[in-house]
Design a protein around this ligand. Structure first.
Ligand SMILES: [Fe+2]
Length: 518
């Protein structure tokens, strides 16, 4: 693939302003309150045809009764719902009432160790040999098969009421999952466009008519000396219609995956796990993961059609660390995977404070394309974007297929590592970049692309993101016209409070606003 020319259009402050570090830290204050209201402080106009609900999940508490968590990833899940209908928007947020959340709130103190280093009070003695897991349900929330599910990758989903966000309990997928089973927080939805074809050699399938029923595809990881990856495919009623497990050599820390019509694709980052400091109460489990830059990343290619008997294939790529993939597709006999790749894993240390992070000391995440040739067993990689970026999104109809546009959270500056303050759109066809920046006091979250009903162009729709506004210590819901960032937000909805930096969210075209007057 040739390098594309970069033509950038930029909307936001015109100078390379540094970010406001003090303001960034304030976005990590807990939000213990739960709200339910129609949003009435709006700049611009909510597009009247925007109809549906944006669900978002993330850590709502960064402390338990004043005892600070060691890392935001250990925070109890708090789900937000922003329901849009006829130019109005309703906001609601609720904590997921997990067993651990209820116990800790009743006790008024930390009772569970966190994966990312949060310890119970009392030092190593109080933490040694306590290897219990607290399902914190804080990473993703998705509406599928009539169920709203809050997800955390190391344990079962929690089902919520989509109108009230009330926790209904753990959901075992109609008995498919058992107590203690994992279910990843990064499901992918295959809308069924394009024929699976005879094999992966099919060319661009994106123009083919819809030919398969939609599926939600997800996975679970059971790590160890060898790692078991289980694939789940759910039909539109939520029924698990495919489940197959595969064992791969070595320990694997896998957070996300990518799909094509024929394959599930996993990056086995070059890391090892030494559980001893965790067992002895000295470190969290996540702090016992060590990155090995001298070792390759292994890319695991699992056929989705398990009945065909095609073996799992493992290819090696240059060392790097990937949390998130933007998309994958099959083209010209090869598989392309576009991923946010770091030179090294940003490791968590026991005695550090995540609020005191030195951004300059950490390598930025950048968008890379990995091109897999399954016949030759080779991987080539190419950097698509230098700017620090994370949380990539594509048009849902393009998941698993060749695509033209990606939307990502990005740093304000062209170079270096920094908090995400901008939304970056890349047009792979022309090389054009569009950037909308909230710097220096605004900090963005994952951009969710919502297609316009009946749209024919891939970027015809809106990008919705939650922005923490440090100047007012509140959060805004920002709606951009995905075709043209240049005109600035179509609407900026000011919430009455802040929401701590979140993780992931999804859009559903069903509006779950209350039926009372607006
Ligand atoms: Fe994630």
């Amino acid at each position: 693939m040739q390098n594309l020319p970069v033509k950038e259009r930029f909307t936001g402050p015109t100078t390379e302003l540094p970010y406001d570090l003090k303001g960034w830290k304030k976005g990590y204050e807990s939000q213990p309150n739960e709200y339910d209201y129609w949003i009435d402080d709006i700049e611009g106009e909510i597009p009247p045809e925007l109809h549906g609900t944006l669900f978002r999940n993330g850590p709502g508490l960064l402390d338990v009764n004043g005892q600070r968590l060691h890392h935001p990833f250990d925070g109890d899940g708090m789900v937000c719902a922003i329901a849009f209908d006829s130019g109005k928007a309703h906001f609601c947020n609720r904590f997921v009432r997990t067993k651990g959340f209820l116990e800790e709130q009743a006790a008024g103190k930390i009772l569970y160790r966190g994966v990312f280093g949060t310890q119970k009070p009392g030092g190593a003695l109080a933490n040694a040999f306590d290897v219990r897991t607290k399902n914190i349900a804080n990473t993703q929330v998705i509406y599928w098969g009539g169920k709203l599910l809050a997800l955390w990758e190391a344990a079962e989903p929690h089902r919520l009421d989509p109108y009230t966000l009330e926790t209904l309990g753990i959901d075992y997928l109609d008995g498919v999952l058992h107590s203690g089973d994992a279910f990843a927080a990064h499901p992918r939805i295959d809308l069924g466009f394009g024929d699976r074809g005879e094999n992966s050699q099919s060319s661009d399938q994106s123009n083919n008519p819809k030919s398969r029923p939609p599926r939600l595809v997800n996975f679970s990881i059971k790590p160890g000396f060898s790692t078991t990856i289980t694939i789940y495919e759910l039909d539109t009623t939520g029924k698990v219609v495919e489940r197959h497990a595969h064992s791969v050599p070595g320990f694997a820390f896998i957070h996300d995956f990518a799909i094509t019509p024929n394959y599930c694709l996993f990056f086995q980052n070059p890391v090892s796990f030494n559980p001893l400091p965790f067992v002895l109460g000295l470190r969290g489990a996540g702090e016992c993961i060590k990155f090995h830059p001298e070792k390759p990343t292994r890319i695991i290619v699992i056929p989705r059609d398990n009945k065909a008997g095609t073996p799992v294939q493992i290819l090696e790529a240059q060392s790097g660390f990937v949390f998130h993939h933007a998309n994958a597709f099959e083209q010209g006999g090869e598989i392309c995977i576009d991923s946010i790749c770091y030179q090294a894993l940003p490791e968590v240390e026991p005695n550090s404070d995540f609020r005191e992070v030195d951004f300059d000391a950490i390598t930025p995440g950048q968008l890379w394309r990995f091109t897999l040739n399954l016949k030759n067993n080779t991987v080539q990689r190419q950097r698509l974007e230098n700017r620090c970026c994370e949380f990539p999104w594509v048009n849902p109809e393009k998941v698993g297929h060749p695509y033209r546009y990606v939307f990502m959270g990005a740093a304000h500056s062209h170079t270096g590592n920094a908090p995400l303050q901008a939304i970056l759109k890349i047009d792979f066809q022309t090389g054009e970049r569009q950037l909308w920046s909230a710097a220096p006091k605004g900090f963005v979250s994952e951009p969710v692309f919502v297609p316009r009903t009946g749209a024919s162009d891939e970027d015809d729709g809106w990008v919705i993101t939650m922005v923490y506004d440090a100047a007012h210590h509140r959060s805004d819901v920002v709606i951009l016209d995905a075709r043209d960032f240049n005109k600035g937000p179509v609407a900026r909805l000011h919430l009455k409070h802040h929401i701590p930096y979140g993780l992931h969210g999804t859009w559903t075209p069903e509006c779950f606003a209350p039926s009372d007057s607006k």
